[in-house]
Design a protein around this ligand. Structure first.
Ligand SMILES: Cc1cc2nc3c(=O)[nH]c(=O)nc-3n(C[C@H](O)[C@H](O)[C@H](O)COP(=O)(O)OP(=O)(O)OC[C@H]3O[C@@H](n4cnc5c(N)ncnc54)[C@H](O)[C@@H]3O)c2cc1C
Length: 323
């Protein structure tokens, strides 16, 4: 297998970034004429492997082990390292999740191979691969060409590839046996970090109501939360809202926050600064409410409402609730 996607478990289903990585792997496999597969790991990954086998990849590997029941960077890094050593992939792809940020550097150190983290795009020149990475908070882009001996460990930023673009198919499943014992696991993790108080990962949210400085004051946040609740949406924000302490840092979208790609991103009183836009421009539908008709957010919005959000939002919530 030339390209191996390492999937992440999101409460019994594949984390959306894993499906985005499958889309990336399919794109690489088509462009380079390579084979691609995916691996799921945990105590019992049958359902995850079955879900993955519904995508057009050559093979899905299941790695089941008692010591992978709970996440630990030591256990996960050792498991992936052993699979890499057995399967010899050239490229190993991950979604750039919190978990991946935690354990993949350990694989990199174990194998003495670089981790090309948080890439946003991939390009090909013949058989050469070039990865694009944002620098200085997305003010500059750099292109990186991996060289030297494989494997190359690569993670993609959320929404760099769209999960909807992952082609479905029928992949065969195979069990891979690894050797783990408790002496190898010296770290113990706390409960997984959740990006929102509702317990749903913002990067996996389908609907997002996002609050900007235009909300005016902390007391008005509940207005946006009511709208989010009526829509069944998650709540996020621009940086000034977090800097003011009105929402916790985990809600921030942008170059120094989360990158999201929901089906609908409703921006309330957000001007559309580049540092915010890089985190949400992959949203499928962007709806903006802003009192300034010249606000840059309207340049990327699919639907725009020029008006005072403090008047519009309560009426919108009421209208949705009455449905
Ligand atoms: C290194 C660096 C990293 C950064 N990282 C991030 C990041 O990750 N995420 C991020 O968001 N920002 C980030 N920023 C900040 C970014 O540059 C902007 O300052 C920020 O995004 C602006 O937030 P805003 O749109 O909420 O506020 P503003 O730019 O102040 O916009 C407020 C908007 O609300 C509108 N408005 C006001 N009142 C109302 C009303 N009653 N009804 C309707 N509309 C109204 C205004 O017309 C205006 O367009 C970063 C900046 C730097 C320098």
């Amino acid at each position: 297998m030339d390209i191996l996607v390492v999937l992440e478990d999101n409460n019994g289903t594949i984390h959306r970034m894993g499906i985005e990585s499958i889309a990336a792997a399919q794109h690489m496999a088509d462009s380079l004429g390579l084979s691609a597969g995916a691996m799921a790991m945990g105590k019992n990954v049958d359902s995850l492997a079955t879900e993955a086998s519904g995508y057009s990849v050559d093979e899905v590997l299941s790695v089941n082990h008692e010591l992978l029941n709970d996440y630990s960077s030591d256990g996960y890094a050792e498991a992936v390292k052993q699979v890499i050593n057995k399967e010899n992939p050239t490229y190993v792809l991950f979604g750039h999740s919190y978990q991946v940020r935690d354990y993949v550097p350990k694989i990199s150190a174990k194998l003495m191979r670089p981790f090309l983290a948080d890439s946003i795009a991939i390009d090909f020149d013949g058989k050469d691969v070039s990865l694009t990475k944002q620098m200085f908070n997305a003010k500059l882009f750099s292109d990186i060409t991996p060289s030297g001996d494989a494997p190359f460990l690569i993670s993609f930023q959320s929404a760099s590839f769209l999960s909807d673009n992952a082609t479905t198919g029928t992949a065969k499943k195979r069990e891979v046996v690894i050797n783990l014992d408790s002496s190898m696991i010296k770290t113990e993790s706390e409960a997984p970090f959740k990006e929102s108080s509702g317990g749903v990962d913002l990067t996996a949210a389908e609907l997002i109501v996002s609050v900007g400085r235009g909300i005016g004051k902390e007391e008005n946040i509940s207005m946006a939360q009511d709208l989010a609740a009526a829509l069944g949406a998650e709540i996020s924000s621009s940086r000034p809202v977090v800097d003011s302490g009105w929402l916790s840092p985990s809600h921030q979208v942008g170059s120094s926050g989360q990158a999201v790609s929901p089906k609908m991103y409703l921006a309330l009183g957000i001007s559309g600064a580049i540092q915010h836009v890089v985190g949400m421009k992959a949203s499928k539908n962007i709806v903006a409410i802003n009192k300034d008709p010249e606000a840059p957010i309207f340049e990327i919005a699919d639907y725009g409402v020029v008006g005072d959000l403090l008047e519009i939002v309560p009426k919108l919530t009421e209208a949705i609730q009455s449905k």
